[in-house]
Design a protein around this ligand. Structure first.
Ligand SMILES: [Mn+2]
Length: 282
């Protein structure tokens, strides 16, 4: 019986993450790093923690370019059970060493309750990966930690489902959430996924949470990462997460989409005019 007018003014099913109830942008702090402020935050590092040398080399390079957040998976949810599954606790210690040596913040993924306990203890920000976006029991668990959460969009999740996943975390007591668009599954097979750039303005309108873009997993190929990184920033993303590897050909996971240290430096330089043009800073 409701009129069209009533329908359009109906509140969204999510409340805590909705802009309707919180009109101003949220700033999510990870140490001194601010997601959602005037600065574009670049997170970079290898897909997986493979060795101490590989992480420290990558960390030193990203630090040099002004990056303040290091990524690297210690627990890897892999499509195949026969692929490298990550170094686990040992990987977390390597990330911690890079953090201490270089003053970097660390974001790494928790894949289940067991890894969450360790990740929450060792890392500065906990990533919930695309495959776990609707793992509601894990969402409730990260909701009861006080750690900032990086919530990736599921590979076949709508924007409403994604924001509802964020609502789970917020409803369980943790409002420190950064969203990450990492591409969705479409009929296009040339790219690993299809980067949904339009999700950026849509999310910005619906929610006060910061949103960053992962052009590495979205495209699946290193040579397409930089153009989509620039596009993401131009479209209003608050940051980027980029896979880099000292020797991508020997990477144990996602080598084809990882930038060399040289290409990563070039990418960061090429972002400067874009950030400047939209009135933000790197
Ligand atoms: Mn990866």
């Amino acid at each position: 019986m409701s009129s069209v007018g009533q329908l359009s003014s109906e509140p969204r099913p999510y409340k805590l993450v909705s802009r309707v109830f919180h009109p101003e942008d949220s700033i999510i702090r990870v140490g001194a790093v601010e997601f959602g402020g005037p600065r574009i935050v670049v997170i970079a590092g290898p897909c997986a923690v493979e060795s101490r040398t590989q992480v420290l080399q990558s960390a030193a390079c990203v630090r040099e370019t002004g990056v303040s957040v290091l990524r690297g998976g210690a627990y890897k949810p892999r499509t195949s059970p026969y692929s490298f599954q990550g170094l686990g606790r040992e990987g977390l210690k390597i990330l911690d060493e890079a953090r201490q040596q270089l003053g970097l913040m660390v974001v790494t993924e928790a894949v289940d309750h067991e890894s969450l306990e360790l990740v929450a203890e060792w890392a500065d920000m906990v990533q919930i990966g695309a495959r776990n976006m609707q793992n509601f029991s894990l969402l409730k668990a990260v909701g009861s930690t006080k750690k900032p959460i990086l919530l990736k969009r599921g590979l076949a999740a709508t924007i409403d489902e994604w924001l509802m996943a964020a609502e789970y975390i917020a409803a369980h007591g943790n409002p420190n959430i950064v969203l990450c668009e990492r591409g969705i599954r479409t009929y296009e097979g040339k790219t690993r996924n299809t980067l949904d750039l339009s999700a950026i303005p849509v999310v910005k309108q619906l929610s006060h949470l910061p949103i960053i873009v992962d052009p590495s997993h979205a495209t699946g190929h290193w040579s397409w990462v930089a153009p989509m990184a620039r596009a993401g920033v131009a479209a209003g993303a608050d940051g980027l997460i980029i896979e880099v590897h000292p020797n991508p050909q020997e990477a144990l996971s996602d080598g084809s989409q990882s930038l060399t240290l040289v290409h990563f430096r070039e990418l960061v330089e090429s972002l400067r005019p874009v950030t400047h043009a939209i009135g933000r800073q790197l």
